[in-house]
Design a protein around this ligand. Structure first.
Ligand SMILES: Nc1ncnc2c1ncn2[C@@H]1O[C@H](COP(=O)(O)OP(=O)(O)OP(=O)(O)O)[C@@H](O)[C@H]1O
Ligand SMILES: [Mg+2]
Length: 257
């Protein structure tokens, strides 16, 4: 457990400890939820609709406060910090269903991500970085973003999130609205984030596919962690497959009768 100075382990980028959170007077959504994301690691959060996956990401990025529990970022207690403070401290959140500003160019969209950076040289340096990670951003730099395909727009959105050179990125359903080919491309982009040393907390409807590329899997149900472990172990668990991953691999998805 972390002491008063935060998690001792420097490899831990983001950590939620026994978080309780909810909306207004309604019942709590998270009832003692904990998760840890380490440097260069992809942690995949799985669970049924309404389980609280997006709520976890909102708590982590400061969009939603906690009733109790602690949020740690790079070893500092950031519980109650505002989203823009967390952005400056290295956390970037790509929201569910959110997308680019369609009437603005790719350049303008990406540059929005750099608004917290004062130094021009650093901004240009990061532009080169995101162009190298996302080729479409380089190729369509001057294009109006609304003219790009859905998958290309996703890349622009990712690029914007990377302009702050985050230590950790929160991705909420990045494959939403993408066809299978574009979904595969999106997963490839997420892998590249890991290669670039960025930690990723990923929420995905394509649970099985997402776990295949993740290091750690975490199943959330009824506001708590149902099970957590190496992603490969979760994938191999037949009971989890039936309950949370849309059936067993190669099966028809139906529970045994
Ligand atoms: N802004 C809000 N105000 C009130 N209740 C909310 C709000 N957002 C979410 N909830 C409630 O919190 C619970 C968890 O929602 P959340 O969006 O975290 O689920 P989720 O696991 O991301 O689901 P999905 O897979 O459908 O995206 C749900 O019962 C939902 O109705
Ligand atoms: Mg959600």
């Amino acid at each position: 457990m972390p002491g008063p100075d935060g998690p001792a382990d420097e490899q831990v980028v983001l950590r939620l400890d026994e978080v309780q959170a909810g909306y207004g007077k309604a019942a709590l959504v998270l009832r003692g939820f904990s998760v840890e994301v380490r440097r260069g690691e992809i942690v995949c959060l799985v669970g049924p609709n309404g389980a609280g996956k997006s709520t976890v990401l909102k708590v982590a990025s400061g969009l939603l406060g906690v009733r109790s529990g602690t949020v740690w970022l790079n070893g500092a207690d950031v519980t109650g910090a505002k989203p823009q403070d967390l952005l400056r401290r290295g956390l970037s959140h790509v929201l569910q269903g959110h997308s680019v500003f369609r009437e603005m160019t790719v350049e303008e969209n990406v540059m929005l991500g750099g608004y917290t950076v004062d130094d021009r040289a650093t901004v240009m340096d990061r532009v080169e970085f995101v162009k190298s990670v996302f080729p479409v951003v380089a190729e369509r730099w001057g294009t109006t973003a609304g003219l790009l395909s859905g998958g290309q727009q996703k890349q622009v959105e990712f690029a914007r999130a990377l302009m702050v050179r985050p230590d950790v990125v929160l991705l909420d359903e990045p494959s939403m609205g993408l066809d299978p080919k574009r979904t595969a491309g999106m997963f490839e982009q997420v892998s590249r984030l890991r290669e670039a040393g960025v930690a990723v907390l990923l929420v995905e409807q394509n649970a099985r596919r997402a776990l295949e590329m993740s290091d750690i899997g975490c199943v959330l149900d009824l506001g708590r962690v149902f099970v957590r472990g190496p992603a490969a172990e979760l994938l191999a668990d037949p009971q989890l497959g039936d309950l949370y991953l849309g059936g067993r691999p190669g099966g028809d998805g139906a529970a045994a009768s």
